[in-house]
Design a protein around this ligand. Structure first.
Ligand code: URA
Length: 437
């Protein structure tokens, strides 16, 4: 029998054939072990970029990557759920959804990430709460989840080393933007983290990885197909990311907004998205008969303050200053300088470029240009006007929170440039663009 050959497998994918599970396993295992060099993995990734993967191949790639390191076993309590966002600007939904669904009886042992590029990360946001610890020992993590029903931590152990290696290679070989590779990258991390019931928030638009609703729907279908083949309960919700979600962008500013949302004070788009995602989680957990009943329950928990109380308990259990739930502005770090962005004309807001706002917030110090950069929790942007709002000439579009007056002033001018105005009333576009089950 001829021995297995990486060249042969690459050639078959190059020519548009589907690879068998053992081929995919051998490629991933060989690469992680150092037997397959970067140039062969790069050629394989480029072949996948052009030829794509079918649902079975995507699942095989996902499972081969998931098994490349530790696999967390969270048990099979049906109430255990997880949520993942593909990344957006101002997306603090996790901070609202997790305590809300935990208040409804779901169990959320959540591993989150740091900011990536112009998009923020839940861990960076939580770390703006004084004392909050995202690095818990496995025992502490279990204990928090048991007592509170939810905990949010950083990745521990050796989870999916194959993804770390392959992602780094994709980044430098122009092969990031492949539906099959993105779907297997995301799903391998969720499966290795022990998720069995998962809601995916797939962002579409200017501030997202997927520029259009069609592309985002394709990615959503791919991830749901992988989930189905791997035996997970998965619902994907495609949501708009053309303008930032909510009004705040920047770590402590976003925590403050999430707290106000849990206090029942909106903003409307954030509350709407949190209820939408949370309702699918409750249905998957068997805690509601359908999404409508789940949504009504979550709204009750929001109005009654039980979601906020759960947030307070979670923060306290992870060592954070729990008074943040009563007085976020008094507890969270505040930037020393502010400046206002003002409208150059009267009109209606047609668009706010989420990507530009994300990049501006990064430049203010809220994100990292390089992995080792230290972020500033206090800086960011708070939008006063959103798409559809009427603004007057000289009226406030938003406020910049910065380290210096100079940076605040520059930021304000840059924020003004992210707004596009219309001469007549603008229809506010839908937030939820599709649901894939
Ligand atoms: N997020 C991931 O985790 N992986 C990708 O490939 C893209 C976005």
């Amino acid at each position: 029998m001829t021995p297995w050959s990486a060249i042969d497998a690459i050639r078959r994918k190059r020519d548009g054939q589907a690879l068998a599970a053992p081929d995919i396993q051998a490629l991933v295992e060989g690469y992680v072990a150092g037997r397959i060099p970067d140039y062969q993995m790069s050629a394989f990734l480029m072949a996948v970029y052009f030829r794509g993967l079918d649902a079975r191949e995507m699942t095989d790639l996902t499972m081969a990557m998931a098994r490349s390191g530790d696999m967390v076993d969270l048990g099979d309590d049906p109430r255990i759920v997880d949520k993942h966002s593909t990344g957006g600007v101002g997306d603090k939904t996790t901070l609202v959804v997790v305590p809300l669904v935990a208040a409804a009886g779901a169990v959320v042992p959540k591993m989150s990430g740091r900011g990536l590029g112009h998009t923020g990360g839940t861990l960076d946001k939580l770390e703006s709460i004084p004392g909050f610890r995202i690095a818990l020992s496995p025992e502490e993590f279990r204990s928090c989840v048991k007592r509170v029903g939810a905990a949010i931590v950083g990745q521990t152990g050796n989870l999916v080393p194959a993804d770390k290696l392959i992602y780094a290679l994709r980044d430098v070989t122009a092969t990031v933007e492949s539906i099959g590779l993105i779907a297997s990258s995301v799903m391998s991390k969720k499966i290795a983290g022990g998720a069995r019931r998962l809601v995916l928030d797939v962002k579409a638009g200017r501030g997202a990885f997927m520029p259009t609703a069609e592309k985002a729907l394709e990615l959503a279908r791919a991830m749901v197909a992988i989930g189905r083949q791997a035996g997970l309960g998965v619902v994907a919700v495609v949501t708009a990311m053309d303008q930032p979600l909510g009004r705040a962008v920047g770590n402590s500013l976003e925590v403050a907004e999430a707290v106000r949302c849990l206090q029942g004070q909106g903003p409307e788009d954030l509350e709407h998205e949190a209820i939408e995602l949370g309702s699918h989680l409750l249905v998957l957990a068997g805690l509601a008969v359908d999404a409508a009943a789940a949504g009504a329950r979550l709204k009750d928990l929001l109005r009654s303050g039980e979601g906020l109380e759960k947030f307070r308990q979670m923060v306290a259990a992870q060592g954070g200053e729990s008074r943040v739930a009563d007085d976020p502005d008094g507890i969270l770090p505040a930037a020393p300088a502010t400046a206002e962005a003002v409208s150059p004309a009267s009109g209606w807001v047609r668009s706010i470029d989420a990507l530009a706002v994300g990049r501006l917030t990064m430049r203010l110090g809220a994100g990292r240009e390089r992995k080792e950069d230290v972020i500033d929790a206090s800086v960011g942007v708070v939008l006063a006007a959103k798409v559809g709002d009427r603004v007057e000439k000289g009226g406030r579009l938003g406020t910049i929170h910065a380290r210096t007056a100079g940076e605040a002033g520059e930021g304000a001018r840059a924020l003004e440039a992210t707004y596009e105005l219309a001469g007549q009333a603008v229809v506010v576009p839908a937030l939820v663009l599709g649901i894939v089950r």
